[in-house]
Design a protein around this ligand. Structure first.
Ligand code: PLP
Length: 378
């Protein structure tokens, strides 16, 4: 079955009352136990609405099983603390979502887990960081916010040769554009708040992996408790039905917008793996079937100029978060990466004038017209 069909059909719970098109919502947190079949309970991650989403995600990500969480950070933190212990070492890509970067710096250290941050785009960088006690390599590609591309197959092969687990945050690509398990990655995580939800109105996270690794993470997850309620599961299931459709339009729009920005005199730099001259283009072509809806760029000018540009927009919304049907823009230095020190931001390459654009499903001509008039205010 191809992805657009999987998006619509896989995992649906049959409605035995009306035989309707949609999965019923099962609200009970108290469920019968006398007739066998195990205990069904939201924090055990096994309710029908949770399973419906997990089955769809596992099919889309080519994994065996999965877990649905209350947020992307619940998925990430649970995975790290389920699979790492005091005395272990992990390698992380340095250009990471700001929340993950902070989690690594504050909480891993507190629990005695050693780590090294590397620029995963440089060949051999990750390998040099590996120590005898390295238990995990964690990557995010395309990365937030600079859209850097890491060679997934290379990282997975290195890790397998040394018996190290691999985890990827696949949020920016979505399962429509990239399937890391096919390239040898063990665990795929998404902030479902972004493309999976797709309408900027729900918060969740997902993990997809083998049966064995999923069971290990789920065992800790039942203690950590970052579960998701049936109503949000239902909304997510509904959103996923249009994921392939939305993402393919976002791929097209982002390509057009990136080309427009690359040719604009007020723009100093554009970061988009779909552009032929992007440093990640060749690897992205090999491992992605579409280049995604995220574009980052720097305008000629300072932080104030970038703020004037955002205030000058009338259609594209200056807002935090991404992946929705509506186009949104933000300054990572003031939002997703604001809690990093200036020095940490500089070391990753996040400048004050950097803007991160999440391209929606609108007509691209309208988006470009909106930016053109806002460039006038810079
Ligand atoms: N991963 C990436 C790439 C993100 O952009 C985000 C949030 O912006 C997260 C993880 C965290 O997800 P959540 O906000 O759903 O906890």
């Amino acid at each position: 079955m191809l992805k657009p069909t999987q998006c619509v059909h896989i995992g649906a719970v049959h409605d035995t009352v009306t035989h309707g098109a949609n999965s019923p919502i099962f609200t009970s947190t108290a469920t019968g136990y006398l007739d066998g079949g195990g205990i069904v309970y939201p924090r055990y991650f096994n309710t029908p609405n949770q399973r419906a989403v997990v089955e769809k995600m596992a099919a889309l990500e080519h994994g065996e099983d999965g877990v649905i969480f209350g947020s992307g950070m619940a998925a990430i933190s649970t995975t790290l603390f389920a699979l790492l212990k005091s005395g272990d070492h992990a390698v992380f890509q340095s250009d990471l979502y700001g929340g993950t970067f902070r989690l690594v710096h504050t909480d891993l250290e507190r629990f005695g887990i050693d780590f090294t941050l590397v620029d995963g785009t440089i060949a051999g960088d990750i390998e040099r960081a590996v120590k005898p006690n390295t238990r995990m390599i964690y990557i995010e590609t395309p990365s937030n916010p600079l859209l850097r591309i890491v060679d997934i197959r290379e990282v997975a092969a290195l890790a397998r040769s040394k018996g190290i687990l691999t985890v990827i945050d696949n949020t920016f690509a979505s399962p429509i554009n990239q399937n890391p398990i096919d390239l040898g990655i063990d665990i795929v995580i998404h902030s479902g708040t972004k493309y999976l939800g797709g309408h900027s109105d729900l918060c969740c996270g997902t993990l997809v992996s083998s049966k064995e690794l999923t069971a290990r993470v789920r065992a800790s997850a039942t203690h950590f408790g970052g579960t998701l309620d049936p109503h949000t599961c239902y909304l997510l299931e509904r959103s996923l039905k249009t994921l392939a459709l939305r993402v393919s339009k976002q791929n097209e729009n982002a390509m057009e917008v990136a080309r427009y920005l690359a040719g604009h005199p007020t723009v100093k730099a554009v970061y988009y793996p779909g552009l032929e001259n992007d440093p990640g283009h060749a690897v992205a072509r090999r491992q992605m079937s579409g280049f995604g809806g995220m574009v980052a760029f720097e305008i000629r000018g300072d932080r104030a100029a970038s703020e004037r540009f955002q205030r000058g927009l009338s259609l594209i919304k200056p807002a935090v978060s991404l992946g929705g049907v509506e186009s949104m823009i933000c300054s990572p230095a003031r939002t997703s990466h604001s809690r990093l020190s200036e020095r940490d931001r500089a070391s990753i390459g996040i400048r004050d004038e950097l803007l991160r654009l999440s391209v929606g499903i609108e007509a691209p001509q309208d988006l470009m017209a909106d930016m053109e008039q806002a460039f006038g205010s810079v």
